[in-house]
Design a protein around this ligand. Structure first.
Ligand code: AMP
Length: 125
């Protein structure tokens, strides 16, 4: 069920629980601003999720409210995760779903990194 990208943050969402260590993840990267782990239902040979450590529901929430230091730290982390996963040379796709039309399901901002195969050109569906 898609979420409201402007709703108040729900501290019981699944990624908040992963950040608190209450449920496990297959971690690939962590720093002061971000955590990255394998998606539980991969849509490509490499499918990673990068999430900010701060409590932001969506890209909308993050881009409007996060301090510049957190925005810079998170974007740096996304790039670092992609580099460490060896995705840069072959190329990769990154995606953040937002709200209903974007079909965002988890109400904590996450960037998907997809790699390991050729992706099709973007076409409207
Ligand atoms: P979205 O539709 O952009 O909100 O995507 C949510 C993503 O989170 C999906 O690709 C799910 O497979 C993934 N996901 C949900 N729960 C977990 C979990 N516990 N660990 C890793 N990935 C998860």
């Amino acid at each position: 069920m898609p979420i409201d990208p402007r709703a108040p943050y729900d501290p019981n969402n699944i990624f908040a629980k992963i950040l608190r260590g209450e449920i496990p993840c297959k971690k690939v990267y962590e720093d002061n601003f971000a955590l990255a782990f394998h998606d539980i239902n991969p849509q490509a040979p490499v499918h990673l999720l990068v999430i900010p450590k701060g409590a932001y529901v969506s890209w909308d929430d993050f881009s409007e409210k996060a301090p510049a230091e957190e925005i810079a730290g998170f974007i740096r982390a996304v790039g670092q995760v992609a580099r460490e996963a060896g995705l840069v040379d072959p190329g990769y796709r990154m995606l953040a779903n937002v709200g209903g039309h974007g079909h965002q399901e988890v109400p904590h901002l996450h960037v998907h990194l997809f790699g390991g195969r050729q992706f099709y050109a973007m076409v409207p569906q």
